[in-house]
Design a protein around this ligand. Structure first.
Ligand code: 13P
Length: 255
């Protein structure tokens, strides 16, 4: 049985006072989260602040990005080991904004995946197709190419301590959510591909959906058999919305 996971990606949003208020609001509802893991991903400069605010609670801290190299002369970079040192439990890798705006190739994403695991953290590997790719019938090919860039390099067993997030690029920040069965189809393809290599790894692998998830659509998504939680952007900055999404995940898990 896979435990549901709801992760909030704050992207480049936040200030100390606002962060404190948001975490305070989440922690007020923490006891009702149920059987759900909850992670938040603040910008790197605020990781220490958030780690301090959640350390005696149930919320995990997720990094948004880590360098593809170990500590050294790389001005402006933040290593996975530093994120571990500051209290992160996991790090996003391959988010579409990193791929498209910062030119991260599949090879760079795989390199980062390896550094994150080497630092003892859980990579959350993001995959997803653009609208043009979907319309050209390439969804499956793109998603599997992004997944296999990691699997072929580190082996399928590397997914034992990783999470995959399917985020169709056309659904990110647009208000357009994939229909639950549309998302389920892709999640199923991902799990089947992993299963063809190792059935146990596949059945334990948590695959999150991301892209305009909000309180109003979360339950229908979580009802799908291969959707194990959500990676939430905009709605994770609103306490009530984010808590409602977490509650939906909790309800799904006891059904
Ligand atoms: P939105 O929920 O704002 O669409 O963002 C999704 C996302 O990119 C999470 O990583």
């Amino acid at each position: 049985m896979r435990r549901k996971l709801v992760a909030g990606n704050w992207k480049m949003h936040g200030r100390q006072a606002a962060n404190e208020a948001l975490i305070g609001g989440l922690r007020a509802g923490e006891r009702d989260f149920g059987d759900v893991d909850v992670w938040v991903a603040p910008p790197a400069v605020y990781v220490g602040q958030i780690a301090g605010l959640v350390e005696d609670g149930a919320i995990g801290v997720l990094g948004q990005n880590a360098a593809a190299v170990d500590d050294g002369a790389f001005t402006g970079e933040v290593s996975a080991a530093m994120l571990a040192d500051m209290g992160c439990c996991a790090v996003l890798v391959g988010h579409s904004e990193r791929r498209s705006l910062f030119g991260e190739s599949d090879a760079v994403v795989a390199e980062k995946f390896g550094r994150i695991q080497a630092a003892g953290l859980v990579p959350v590997l993001c995959v997803g197709e653009t609208l043009a790719e979907r319309e050209a019938g390439q969804t499956e090919g793109v998603v599997l190419r992004q997944l296999l860039a990691v699997v072929e390099r580190f082996g399928v067993l590397s997914l034992r301590s990783a999470v995959v997030a399917y985020e169709p690029v056309w659904a990110i920040g647009t208000g357009l959510t994939a229909e639950p069965d549309q998302a389920q189809q892709v999640h199923e393809v991902i799990r089947a591909e992993v299963s063809s290599r190792d059935a146990v790894v596949a059945s334990d692998l948590r695959i999150l959906y991301g892209g305009s998830v909000k309180a109003a659509n979360a339950s229908a998504l979580f009802a799908m058999p291969d959707i194990d939680g959500a990676l939430v952007g905009g709605a994770s900055l609103k306490v009530d919305e984010f808590v409602a999404i977490i509650r939906s995940a909790g309800e799904g898990s006891v059904r």
